[in-house]
Design a protein around this ligand. Structure first.
Ligand SMILES: Nc1ncnc2c1ncn2[C@@H]1O[C@H](COP(=O)(O)OP(=O)(O)OP(=O)(O)O)[C@@H](O)[C@H]1O
Ligand SMILES: [Mg+2]
Length: 573
């Protein structure tokens, strides 16, 4: 192991734009790219000579060559979906890594020194796979990822840095391009305590663009009696034009959308020109705006605060420039939102402050103490009288971390000498619907009647995403434990497509996996996309379980897949 030294930068890897910042000489500085842009489009493309292009160049080629340009990559993070660029397919991790690699190179050029350490922000509501993939992208880009920080926490840190003396309850409202995050914090004497966070990973400016695109498409198709379905050129042009129109509508009451050539009919080019009023736009996004209410209410109630206790609403994210969004906040919370932080830069700034604290660049007398919460519930799978698939909560969501919690469990049947501890993350009452993050077996339990032997399971979860799980057989004092690195860059589903073969469990599951793969091919060839999809999901879970050596889970999935395959064969007869 080598110890890394040198500057640590903060990076806000956004859905639409990416920013980098550094803390030095007692303040935060934003880092411009080679062309002087601070907000760098999160776009990656392949140019006509086959080279990768990133940032403004990639965004510029999106309208001309959407088939070899990727935007909104962050939205695909953790989904296992691939992104096609020209001839080849890439994972979201590979493409995010291209963006981060670009950030690393321009930061080196601007700072004049080697840059290989970073703090990267993610939406508070990102799950563990999404966090891991982000960290993995950082590593692929040549960074040691010192910490993954929640975006709203970063925004609050950027505010807190300049308001150390204040005592207040703050709600950070971050509506960006692809995600919505709400975090409630308390600040006093330089301590910044995150009370609760909530959000929606699939809600942001892109959805507003999409609503407008849908409206424009319908109008165009109706007027010209042509269909734009499946036309990626038309889509990229409309998306770009819709976003521009949306931005204009934040400052003016109406805007004109013009696309000179959108489609062709009988050899003639067809253009589009529409006037969109703010009122129309607001009616198109009304449904999305309604969806912002729940996370606000959940975060508030989880934090134990009431509306009246809030001193301030801090706005972050480009979409908070929309007047209707601000009106929504005023209506919901009765507070005039504050523009005390820069909506586009504050998250990178806060990540840089965190980087400065880790690297020692932030002087101690200025230093903020920050606590965070875990956004998802952590627990183990247990049995009750009715089901063997119960999620038993050990650390509930929105508990301040670092946190340690212990729960006591009992043997379920006579002479039970082993217990399998399966660790899950998520909010569902049935464990298997949540995401499994680890498992291990506790053996050597003394033989006794059901319920006589006690097992204490304790979880310790810290800000670096490390979950320590230990299980103690109370009567013997024997302890087994497991460390789960929630942002460890190993895995994810994408990788398990091949990686499972290396697992010691591979041999046992190989023939079933082959059989399922064949069934998927047959189902999709036969046009049965639904069965193919269902099987694919189960198979991906199985490969993942095999890869991670989760034997118990793998055996369960084996059974499910077998049943599914067998019932399919019966139906076909
Ligand atoms: N003046 C404006 N009016 C309306 N929307 C705007 C304005 N300026 C920027 N936006 C929108 O804000 C979004 C980008 O915001 P931001 O850069 O904060 O998001 P991001 O960090 O890329 O995404 P996320 O945080 O969701 O990953 C885009 O959808 C953009 O169209
Ligand atoms: Mg953002």
């Amino acid at each position: 192991m080598t110890e890394r030294t040198g500057v640590i930068i903060g990076i806000d890897l956004g859905t639409t734009t990416t920013e980098a910042a550094v803390y030095r000489n007692g303040k935060v500085e934003m880092i411009p790219d080679f062309d002087g842009n601070i907000a760098v489009p999160s776009a990656v493309g392949i140019d006509d000579r086959g080279n990768f292009v990133v940032g403004a160049k990639a965004k510029a080629q999106y309208v001309l060559a959407p088939e070899r340009t990727a935007i909104e990559i962050k939205r695909k993070t953790g989904t296992g979906e691939k992104i096609r660029l020209g001839e080849k397919e890439y994972t979201p991790v590979e493409l995010s890594a291209r963006i981060l690699d670009y950030v690393r190179r321009y930061s080196e050029a601007w700072l004049g020194e080697t840059v290989n350490r970073a703090v990267i922000s993610v939406p508070a509501y990102f799950n563990d796979i999404q966090r891991r993939e982000t960290a993995e992208a950082g590593q692929l880009a040549g960074f040691t990822v010192e910490r993954i920080i929640n975006e709203p926490t970063a925004a609050a840190l950027s505010y807190g840095m300049n308001h150390l003396e204040e005592e207040s309850h703050i709600l950070v409202y971050d509506l960006g391009g692809g995600t919505f995050d709400v975090t409630v914090l308390e600040m006093f004497e330089g301590v910044l305590e995150v009370k609760a966070s909530s959000g929606d990973n699939r809600l942001g400016g892109k959805d507003f663009d999409q609503s407008l695109v849908r409206w424009l498409t319908e109008r165009f198709e109706e007027k010209n009696q042509v269909s734009l379905k499946g036309d990626i050129f038309a889509e990229s042009r409309l998306k770009t034009a819709a976003e521009q129109c949306k931005v204009e509508l934040s400052a003016q009451e109406s805007a004109v959308v013009r696309v000179p050539v959108l489609a062709e009919k009988d050899g003639c080019p067809l253009g589009l020109e529409e006037t969109v009023t703010r009122e129309l736009f607001e009616s198109l996004i009304a449904g999305d705006l309604t969806r912002t209410r729940r996370p606000v209410n959940v975060a508030l109630s989880d934090s134990g605060l009431h509306e009246g206790d809030l001193d301030m609403v801090l706005l972050a994210g480009g979409s908070t420039r929309i007047p209707a969004v601000r009106r929504e906040i005023r209506g919901l919370l009765g507070i005039e939102p504050s523009a005390a932080i820069h909506p586009d830069y504050s998250i990178a700034e806060g990540a840089a402050v965190q980087a400065g604290i880790i690297g020692g660049a932030v002087e101690t007398e200025k230093s903020l103490v920050m606590t965070d919460v875990n956004p998802y519930t952590l627990g183990v799978r247990t049995t009750d009288g009715y089901s063997s698939d119960v999620m038993s909560v050990i650390i509930p969501r929105n508990v301040t971390i670092p946190a340690t919690r212990r729960e006591r469990y009992y043997t379920a049947w006579d002479d039970q000498d082993t217990v399998s501890v399966q660790v899950y993350q998520g909010e569902y009452a049935s464990a298997s619907r949540n995401h499994m993050v680890g498992e291990f077996e506790v053996g050597d339990i003394p033989l006794a009647p059901a319920g006589k032997e006690e097992i204490d399971i304790s979880f310790s979860y810290n800000q670096n995403g490390i979950l320590q799980v230990s299980a103690e057989v109370v009567s013997t004092g024997k302890v087994s434990s497991l460390t789960i690195d929630m942002i460890d860059a190993s895995l994810p589903d994408e990788k398990s497509a091949e990686e499972w073969k290396k697992s010691p469990l591979a041999r046992e599951f190989r023939s079933l996996i082959r059989r399922a793969e064949k069934a998927i091919r047959l189902a999709s060839a036969g046009g049965d996309g639904e069965s193919a999809g269902e099987l694919e999901t189960m198979l991906a879970q199985l490969k993942y379980a095999v890869m991670k050596e989760y034997r118990i889970r793998a055996e369960e999935l084996e059974e499910e897949i077998r049943e599914y395959l067998n019932s399919g064969e019966e139906n076909n007869e």
